[in-house]
Write a protein of this length. Structure first.
Length: 383
């Protein structure tokens, strides 16, 4: 749409406003040639600039056309062949103007203002966009490397904890189990014998749980959760169990990091689990609100009516998981409901490769400058 607006402005400026006059068919042919050069420059910028230089040698000139095609050539021409076409056309234009009797300083000044300056601006904007895209790609790679390093450090810490637990607590529980087994076969009165059997059974159970815990810690990281794609299935599981769950989405979905997506899944999972264990039986609402720079995730359930079996470790671990993903979490209990709210950052998007709004504004400014320039040097005296 922006290119169409600029093309219309170019045709109006060069073909209507700045045209020196003459028969109507000449004005129509001039405007048509300008429109064709604009269309050609949109697909083949070097050829479009060459066409603009040819039209500029005709009566009537092409102020705005030179500005626009010069900008397009500087912005998009990167090959040696394209640069050769631009250079050859520029030399031919200068030679024709000098042969037509134009002063050298006028030809040089006209070329610098109407062709060279737009090409420099276009080249600068193209390089700026490439630099921004490269920086964004580098940032994405650094974030991925940081996540890998974080996973490695977490696994290393888990292995250290498993080793320490096995070496210290496992040794003491093993001695306790051996001593309890020795007392279990000893001749003791019936009440003491029953107490020893209970002690031995508890010690063996503690050893089994310790071995299970150490085995879990020594395993690699748990398989990644489904992320946001698994929320519908998660809500369906709780509905099947008898809990009325409503999943509400608002806004345009945006990309999240893998850690943020998994954290979002666990926020919903923890909220629904707590509602099933502790909340009054009522509707549970899960909301996903997409903001320009974050995902706001909330789970609203009934007020807690029991704290049976609640150790507080679930929400504490959830806060650590959300924090490691760069987000925030807040728990708001009240007499009316229980709210679990999390905010997770979204990925920065790479700027589009096409012309941005700023580029279109600058191109329009070049066209306006072309329209104003003839007023200073004299309309119809191009070159």
């Amino acid at each position: 749409m922006g290119r169409v607006v600029v093309a219309v402005l170019v045709v109006l400026a060069d073909g209507v406003w700045l045209f020196p006059g003459g028969p109507s068919w000449v004005a129509f042919a001039h405007a048509t040639a300008i429109a064709l050069a604009v269309a050609l420059g949109s697909r083949l910028p070097a050829a479009g600039l060459l066409a603009a230089l040819l039209i500029a040698c005709l009566p009537g000139g092409a102020y705005a056309l030179l500005l626009w095609t010069g900008y397009q050539a500087g912005h998009r021409v990167t090959s040696r062949a394209g640069a050769a076409v631009v250079l050859g056309g520029s030399l031919g234009y200068a030679g024709e103007r000098l042969a037509a009797g134009a002063a050298l300083n006028v030809v040089v000044a006209t070329y610098l203002v109407l062709v060279a300056l737009p090409m420099v601006i276009g080249r600068y904007l193209a390089q700026h966009r490439s630099l921004v895209a490269a920086l964004d790609s580098n940032n994405r790679r650094l974030r991925a490397e940081q996540e890998l390093l974080g996973e490695r450090e977490r696994l290393r810490e888990r292995l250290r904890i498993a080793r320490d637990v096995h070496d210290s607590l496992g040794h003491r529980l093993g001695l306790l189990s051996v001593q309890a087994a020795a007392l279990e076969v000893a001749r003791l009165p019936a009440p003491e014998q029953q107490a020893v059997r209970l002690l031995a059974r508890t010690a063996r159970k503690a050893m089994d749980e310790l071995h299970e815990l150490v085995g879990t810690l020594r395993q690699p990281d748990e398989p990644g959760s489904p992320g946001l794609d698994g929320l519908d299935e998660l809500a369906a599981e709780f509905r099947t169990a008898g809990m009325p769950v409503t999943l509400r989405r608002q806004g345009e979905p945006r990309p999240l990091t893998a850690a943020a997506g998994q954290a979002a899944y666990h926020v919903v999972e923890e909220g629904l689990t707590n509602a099933a264990k502790h909340a009054a039986p009522r509707q549970v609402t899960v909301s996903l609100d997409w903001e320009p720079d974050a995902l706001l995730l909330s789970v609203v359930s009934g007020p807690p009516v029991t704290t049976r079996g609640d150790t507080g470790y679930g929400l504490a671990g959830l806060a650590e998981r959300v924090g490691s993903a760069g987000g925030l979490i807040r728990v708001t209990p009240s007499a009316e409901d229980f709210r679990l709210v999390a905010m997770l950052p979204i990925l920065a998007e790479t700027p589009p490769s096409g012309s941005s709004a700023v580029d279109r504004v600058r191109a329009a400014a070049l066209v306006l400058a072309a329209a104003a320039l003839p007023l200073a040097v004299g309309t119809g005296k191009y070159g």
